[in-house]
Design a protein around this ligand. Structure first.
Ligand SMILES: [Zn+2]
Length: 464
């Protein structure tokens, strides 16, 4: 069994359930496990030395759509509301995503996904939950080959006839031809799911409360319970969605989830932005979790915030929802959104944010062996190079990480004891080629989207 000794100036270790910075400790990794956190490591092992560095537990990105990173870069920023209608999800994002599935060649689609996934690999996330359209199964192949820890959730949708709003029905059906996606889920589950302690999981990903009817969601609940799988769904993402659920189902989003069995532990709601205080209390009681994606909403002028979810006792972790996939940038945006919303500098502290992003998120994923640096845990961790002008001196390494570091400061990433990033390079990948080819595929798609009118005119750069 391979043994690696990691030496840094600081180790953010799990001590009694809290993330505690220990100075001048070493982490001993044996196989895929952390064998020890000690001042006196064995001398006869391969060593990773990062003088002045910080060892940070692996961070989980609980909600992402990897291809949307490159696909919407520079397009969805600075958009006025009139450009995107009531919900940009259905008017801009989904038609473009649909085009990526139907118009790109298989090779171009692979290039696009690889570009997004390379960004994810270097983002500080050692675990990611990604919701994607079934034709994009290449994300599973790439994550498996690159050694990433992925919870892949192929989208499920109800057939258009059961969804009243024609915009929603049209946008969500783009690449499905009326199928729910359950067959595609089953095929991917058979091929890629590694089981309860595995690195690759295929989980249930019904799209949203307004695009999935009760029969589909009940089926999701049954499969999830039977196979002990997680489920994730967009919930209360926009007021429009809440209104449509009220019109179609005669209840609010949380009650709708309860009615189909999905108000419970093991279910992760993306966003929850428009949930009422009462609904948040019910979600907290039921043990369901929220993936808080602050920056994608801040971009549009809204501020869903961690502190609000937390004050109701909701289990909450963080997702990027493809608004930059830098987890450190996400934590910072999340913290600042909370501080602004509550008018309190001590809302959403660095310690609270890091705990939620690492150990808290791991618990939400039913993997208490992740997100913690301690003896016996799975060796998912990051080494941050802190010998940088924007990171020195260090008074509290947790604050240094959350408020001052960025993904570009990550020197090394271990997933399951294996280095996937080393010396700020993705191990075994031709990064320049991935970047070039991914950008080419994306540009080709943009041109086609313009021809078809899926491209908001306001997304053209302003003329000076
Ligand atoms: Zn999303």
């Amino acid at each position: 069994m391979g043994r690696i000794v990691i030496r840094t100036a600081w180790t953010i270790a799990d001590v009694g359930g809290r993330q505690v910075p220990l100075p001048e400790h070493a982490i001993v990794v044996e196989g895929d496990r952390i064998a020890d956190v000690t001042r006196e490591p064995p001398r006869d092992a391969e060593t990773i030395d990062l003088p002045g560095g910080i060892a940070c537990p692996g961070i989980a990105n609980l909600h992402n759509h990897t291809i949307n990173g490159p696909l919407f870069r520079g397009i969805v920023d600075d958009l006025p509301r009139r450009a995107i209608g009531e919900s940009k999800v259905y008017s801009v994002l989904m038609p473009m995503g649909s085009l990526a599935m139907t118009w790109l060649t298989e090779e171009q689609r692979r290039d696009l996904v690889a570009l997004g996934l390379l960004e994810v690999l270097r983002s500080g996330a050692t675990t990611m939950v990604d919701q994607f359209r079934p034709p994009q199964r290449v994300i599973l192949e790439l994550a498996r080959d690159w050694g990433l820890r992925l919870y892949g959730a192929p989208y499920l949708f109800s057939p258009a006839k059961t969804i009243a709003d024609p915009t929603v029905a049209r946008a969500t059906q783009g690449s499905f031809e009326g199928a729910s996606g359950l067959d595609a889920f089953e095929a991917m589950f058979r091929e890629f799911d590694d089981g309860e302690r595995g690195r690759m999981r295929v989980i249930l990903g019904p799209h949203a409360a307004d695009s999935c009817a009760p029969d589909l969601l009940q089926r999701v609940d049954a499969i999830a319970r039977e196979r002990k799988l997680l489920a994730t769904i967009h919930l209360a993402q926009s007021q429009g969605e809440v209104d449509r659920v009220a019109a179609d189902r005669g209840m609010g989003p949380a009650a709708y989830m309860k009615s189909v069995g999905l108000l419970r532990e093991g279910v992760v709601y993306a966003h929850g932005t428009h949930l009422t205080d009462d609904e948040l209390d019910r979600i907290a009681d039921a043990g369901a979790a929220v993936a808080n994606c602050a920056s994608v909403f801040l971009r549009g002028g809204k501020s869903p915030n961690f502190q609000r979810f937390k004050s109701h006792g909701v289990r909450v972790g963080f997702g990027t929802d493809a608004e930059r996939m830098d987890m450190f940038a996400q934590l910072r945006a999340t913290g600042f959104a909370s501080k602004q919303a509550f008018g309190m500098g001590d809302a959403a502290t660095a310690a609270e944010l890091l705990q939620a992003a690492t150990a808290g998120a791991a618990d939400i994923l039913r993997r208490p062996d992740l997100g913690r640096i301690a003896r016996g845990m799975t060796a998912d961790l990051l080494l941050v190079d802190a010998m940088k002008p924007h990171l020195q001196p260090i008074r509290d390494p947790v604050r240094t990480l959350v408020w001052y570091a960025g993904a570009a400061d990550v020197d090394t990433i271990l997933i399951g004891g294996r280095a996937v990033v080393r010396g700020r390079r993705a191990v075994g990948l031709d990064e320049p080629a991935i970047v070039r080819r991914g950008a080419e595929a994306t540009r080709a798609l943009w041109d086609e989207a313009k021809r078809r009118g899926h491209f908001p005119a306001e997304a053209e750069p302003a003329q000076p």
